[in-house]
Design a protein around this ligand. Structure first.
Ligand SMILES: C[S@@+](CC[C@H](N)C(=O)[O-])C[C@H]1O[C@@H](n2cnc3c(N)ncnc32)[C@H](O)[C@@H]1O
Length: 279
């Protein structure tokens, strides 16, 4: 709750864009639009059909939390943290589609003077993100309908395997700020995509990323690639936390995982792209 108080001056009403103030367990704008703070500590600024929160299901979020706690994506997190270090005087870090708040928390550990906001549409994710870090707040919204931040307020925006509303990111990122985008390469998880019925990364994703980032100046791209050795449970979590979970039952996934040869060796491969707003 205290992190929410700290970041509130940077947030804005998702209905009218006005500033927000805290009143008891609600947040209100100057035009009397009110939003609830959930018992679990997150603020829900989502409106319309997004207000009930869809995004990742509770089962997907729990699988993601378990997988990330296992440290399997820690090299990716370390590279993200490394990419934030050349941003001076970071006060606000925003994690778009931030899920459990795993990456945001590690960035906030490295920049103790900063506060963070994890934005997500999934209430299950927001519950986890609200307790991911003492300096991190969790706020519900649909990023495709707009990012509920005032102009030029974010020093760092993280977008890790998450939806990317480029026009809105350009609006909320400060002129000296950085957007850090993490996207899977065509080699990511390639060994298990077919046997486990996961969605493959199409080869044109990189050029699509570049095309989708007009109005930004590229600063660097780094590929982080390494081999993961997974047990049965972490392999199951890896599938259950992704889009394949929408197309197969947990039992089907469990069965497919059981048919894999052990040890299960998988390539993790992502591009970490850093850009800033065109000057
Ligand atoms: C693949 S997960 C990545 C989560 C986190 N960045 C990570 O890597 O651990 C995508 C996240 O985006 C959220 N999401 C999907 N659509 C969204 C939307 N329109 N607005 C906000 N969040 C959304 C999902 O609920 C989910 O938590």
């Amino acid at each position: 709750m205290s992190a929410l108080v700290d970041v509130l001056p940077n947030l804005r009403c998702t209905i009218c864009g006005d500033g927000l103030t805290l009143e008891d367990r609600q947040v209100r704008c100057g035009n009397a639009h009110t939003f609830d703070i959930a018992r679990q500590g997150y603020l829900n600024l989502a409106v319309g059909s997004a207000a009930g929160g869809t995004g990742d299901s509770a089962a997907m979020v729990h699988a993601r939390a378990d997988f990330l706690t296992g440290g399997f994506y820690r090299p990716i997190a370390d590279a993200i943290v490394g990419a934030t270090t050349d941003v001076t005087d970071t006060r606000l870090v925003v994690d778009l589609g931030g899920g459990t708040g795993y990456y945001l928390a590690l960035v906030l550990d490295a920049v103790p003077a900063a506060h963070g906001v994890c934005l997500d549409r999934s209430t299950a994710a927001l519950r986890q993100a609200a307790r991911a870090h003492p300096n991190g707040a969790a706020v519900g919204c649909d990023v495709w309908r707009g990012i509920p931040l005032i102009d030029a307020s974010a020093d760092v925006v993280l977008d890790v395997f998450a939806p990317r509303n480029a026009d809105e990111i350009r609006r909320v990122l400060s002129p000296t700020g950085r957007l850090i985008v993490v996207t899977p390469t065509a080699r990511h998880l390639t060994e298990i995509i077919e046997p486990l019925g996961m969605l493959s990364v199409d080869e044109h994703k990189t050029s699509r990323l570049e095309a989708g980032l007009t109005g930004f100046t590229p600063l660097s791209t780094r590929t982080v690639e390494y081999e993961l050795e997974l047990d049965r449970r972490s392999t199951r979590d890896l599938v259950l936390m992704g889009p394949a979970a929408w197309h197969a039952s947990a039992e089907e996934i469990e069965q497919r995982v059981g048919e894999l040869h052990r040890p299960i060796r998988v390539t993790a491969s992502v591009d970490i792209t850093v850009v800033r707003v065109d000057s």
